[in-house]
Ligand binder design. Structure first.
Ligand code: B12
Length: 294
């Protein structure tokens, strides 16, 4: 049997939204908040109806305690925007609530049903982190939920990576990360997982790396492919200088692949690279072609 939904009076909802009770009653009567009536004729608002209203009106819930619920519960149940797939919804809610075991179960189930590890991770983690970012932007989740989500995803990606068989000594080497000023860790970790699953001995060097250090890694490990994940650019001129230096020094026989949401149409023409990939799928196809060419 389905659990009974919590129900609230217009007065409680008004306090939680910090709006007047008469406004809430008006929204109920206009149909903006779907309402049920008690036998005595009083308006009652379910948690589902309230969440639907918050999403459609883009209003924040300023005082969830007025509903007698934890901010966590109200903020996460159905409040993280994203893909319509059932697993995506479950995963992002669990992630926002910090339920690591549930996240692991959903991820494992998709892998068990035949998705590659990186596809399953991209499908669930990217969707969830984008949703948490949007919810954070609208004050529907707190910064700690975003940080905790990141930590959980990093651990899950580490587990997926560790399950892969060891790379044969003949596997081509790839390495990459993010340049100075870019703190984003998950995209570059996902790139590493995708490449390892595609038969590359891929090494994620992490985030915030000076170009000189990346170049030292190139000279130490002799990769055939270097990737740059670009989510955030602190200082555009400095970034372009660092990227150009990298492109110049890695050598003509090393492919430089770039990707990430920080690569705007304005910045891209100033960069030097072999290919710009707009998705992990795109990267895997390119990396496959490179391996085929020997
Ligand atoms: C986690 C997070 C952070 C964390 C990151 C922690 C960490 N250790 O990684 C921290 C706390 C550092 C942070 C800080 C900030 N953040 Co932030 N953050 C996020 C969040 C929620 C998730 C990022 C993430 O991991 N996404 C998951 C990855 C997997 O998705 P992805 O980046 O899209 O990557 C995919 C593709 O781009 C591609 N890809 C990426 N790289 C590459 C490389 C190659 C080679 C290829 C092929 C593909 C590829 O593949 C990936 C998988 O599909 C995003 C929301 C979002 N939309 O992503 C906000 C978000 C990016 N942050 C935002 C903001 C505003 C900030 C801050 C300014 C907040 C503040 N006031 O301090 C700072 C700025 C920091 C900085 N220097 O840039 C905004 C940016 C808005 C904008 N217009 O740019 C966002 C969009 C949230 C929002 N909706 O407002 N953030």
């Amino acid at each position: 049997m389905a659990a009974k939904q919590p129900q609230f009076s217009p007065k409680q909802v008004a306090s939680a939204l910090q709006a007047s009770e008469s406004s809430v009653k008006r929204w109920c009567d206009q149909g903006a908040i779907s309402t049920i009536r008690t036998v005595g004729g009083h308006r009652k608002i379910t948690l589902d109806a309230l969440q639907h209203f918050l999403r459609s009106s883009n209003r924040p819930l300023i005082a969830p305690q007025a509903l007698g619920l934890s901010a966590n519960r109200v903020a996460t149940e159905g409040m993280i925007p994203g893909g319509q797939d059932h697993d995506q919804k479950l995963f992002r809610t669990a992630l926002a609530q910090g339920d690591e075991d549930a996240c692991r179960r959903i991820l494992r189930m998709r892998v068990g049903l035949g998705a590659s590890r990186s596809e399953a991770a991209d499908f669930l983690i990217t969707d969830a982190m984008h949703g948490i970012g949007e919810a954070w932007d609208c004050h529907r989740v707190d910064a700690y939920q975003e940080r905790r989500g990141c930590e959980i995803c990093t651990r899950l990606l580490g587990e997926l990576r560790n399950e892969l068989p060891p790379m044969p000594a003949t596997a081509p080497v790839a390495l990459g990360g993010t340049l100075s000023g870019d703190p984003y860790q998950l995209p570059t970790t996902l790139v590493e997982l995708s490449l390892r699953e595609s038969g590359w001995d891929a090494m994620n060097l992490g985030s915030n790396l000076p170009a000189e250090s990346l170049l030292r890694a190139v000279s130490d490990h002799r990769p055939r492919l270097v990737w740059l994940s670009v989510s955030s650019i602190e200082d555009a001129d400095q970034f372009v200088r660092q990227e150009n230096l990298l492109a110049e020094k890695i050598g003509d026989d090393v492919a430089l692949l770039i990707g990430g949401r920080g690569l705007t149409d304005e910045i891209r023409p100033k960069l030097r690279y072999t290919a710009h990939c707009d998705s992990l799928r795109n990267l895997v196809d390119f990396a496959f072609m490179m391996r085929m060419q020997g």
